[in-house]
Design a binder for this molecule. Structure first.
Ligand code: GLN
Length: 453
């Protein structure tokens, strides 16, 4: 039924870059046979899932939305994919994304944008717009996204779905093509909070293949989602992440959601995180710096595309590398490689990267202080509802400003969730409610999130 749904709608939505019809059906049938034979299977066995095209999938193309990886088929699975398969979950295909996960709209995908199922003239968020759209358009009940600065939560917000960025180190990054290694985290994209919790439990937990993986059990997220209890929970409203700069309809739905939590037994406190105002600037130095280093491996020798320079007989390795990177990377990727390389240059390191790292510390301190008075922090996920294609494409700053509320969590490594908060009055489009918790207290996101559903 899901594959038929894809045939019917994905010509318009374009959530998938690759659909693995035969593989998904084969897994589904195999699981069915095991179940009929009386085998005890995982609760999600047989439940199909779509995976963002940034995760390595053995035998399935993995492009990261880039020309430079066109035709690359990984010889191994990401740990997260291995865990999906072990649970018996059929993998439907790979979802569209901004090239190398840089963007907030999927307009930077080399394979054309994904459209928002609520309004095909609007963006589905980014970078994981394919994963949110595939769920919002009922082509898959579950999807995997990755969130470096908001790429799970912001697409969830603008498509009326649920998305969680787990605690940094909570889900293995082995086999996730790195954008910014100190910020990247994979997580669930779903329609309900309980679905997200169940998926979180499947993919989470220690992995010796990832040196930053936390060696501790996954927080009790499913139990928290089932209990949905916020009695006595202190909800901290972050002063810097509300009011000015947020669309009135987004703010109004946010205020109502806070009231729902209060009605359910929570207590509201106001907290201030003054360093959050510098988060965007710090992020857009740290991310390009790490990305420029991570993307150096795309050298025309090891993966995917190789372009020979025109009119050069017997070109050098450097010439092939330059021609390939010129043809294979899009404008936004080049912009960030140049920015990152500059920020890391000797003589500038202290002024830019070093300063940004200091801001990062201040943001972590702000979180620590806020969590002394609040159990969770809340804000709108994104400042506006889904914008129209082209609206922010020529203005990188306007595009980056979408991430204002989501970025602090990545810089501090704390978990965050976005869930639907109702439709804005101005345009009838979905708005998102963000919940943030201390590191390894992911269960609190699910308790509060489920209480709001
Ligand atoms: N929009 C942010 C960026 O462009 C977030 C990206 C992400 O989380 N992968 O960097």
């Amino acid at each position: 039924a899901l594959l038929e749904r894809t045939d019917a709608v994905d010509g318009d939505v374009h959530a998938y870059l690759h659909v693995d019809r035969d593989g998904a059906l084969a897994t589904a049938r195999a699981v069915d046979a095991r179940r009929k034979a009386g085998e005890e299977l995982h609760a999600l066995a047989g439940v199909p899932i779509a995976v963002k095209d940034v995760m390595a999938t053995q035998g399935l193309p993995t492009t990261c939305g880039s020309r430079i990886l066109e035709g690359w088929v990984p010889p191994y699975d990401a740990t997260l994919v291995t865990r999906l398969k072990a649970a018996g979950m059929p993998i439907l295909g790979k979802t569209n994304m901004d090239e190398f996960a840089m963007g907030s709209s999927t307009e930077h995908s080399a394979y054309g944008p994904t459209r928002n199922p609520w309004d095909l003239e609007r963006i589905p968020g980014g970078s994981g717009g394919g994963s949110s759209a595939v769920v919002a358009s009922f082509q898959a009940p579950l999807a995997i996204g990755t969130d470096t600065g908001g790429s799970i939560r912001q697409p969830a917000a603008v498509t009326g779905t649920v998305g969680t960025k787990p605690t940094y180190g909570g889900v293995s990054r082995y086999g996730l093509v790195a954008l910014a290694s100190s910020l990247d985290q994979a997580g669930p994209c779903t329609r309900t909070v309980l679905d997200a919790a169940m998926l979180h439990e499947v993919i989470g937990g220690h992995d010796p293949m990832d040196s930053t993986s936390i060696d501790a059990p996954v927080p009790a997220v499913v139990e928290a989602a089932r209990r949905a209890d916020v009695t006595g929970m202190k909800i901290g409203i972050v002063r810097e992440l509300t009011g000015d700069g947020f669309q009135p309809g987004v703010q109004a739905r946010f205020d109502e959601s806070v009231q729902h939590l209060v009605d359910a037994g929570a207590e509201v406190v106001e907290v201030s995180c003054p360093s959050f105002t510098a988060a965007l600037a710090a992020y857009y130095l740290i991310l390009p710096s790490e990305a420029s280093s991570n993307l150096a491996k795309f050298d025309a020798m090891r993966y995917g595309l190789r372009v020979l320079p025109e009119g050069v007989t017997d070109p050098s390795a450097e010439q092939v590398m330059a021609a390939t990177r010129d043809a294979g990377f899009g404008d936004e990727v080049k912009r960030r490689i140049i920015l990152g390389t500059y920020a890391l240059s000797s003589g500038y390191y202290d002024a830019y990267y070093g300063s940004a790292q200091k801001v990062r510390r201040l943001i972590a301190d702000d979180f620590a202080k806020a969590f002394e008075t609040a159990d969770v922090l809340v804000s709108p996920t994104a400042p506006t509802t889904a914008f129209r294609f082209g609206d922010k494409l020529d203005d990188p700053m306007a595009m980056y400003l979408n991430d204002i509320a989501t970025i602090p969590a990545n810089l501090a490594g704390v978990p965050g969730m976005s869930l639907p908060s109702g439709l804005a009055d101005e345009d009838g489009l979905p708005t998102g409610f963000q919940i943030l918790a201390p590191a390894m207290a992911d269960d609190r996101l699910y308790a509060a999130g489920a209480a709001l559903e």
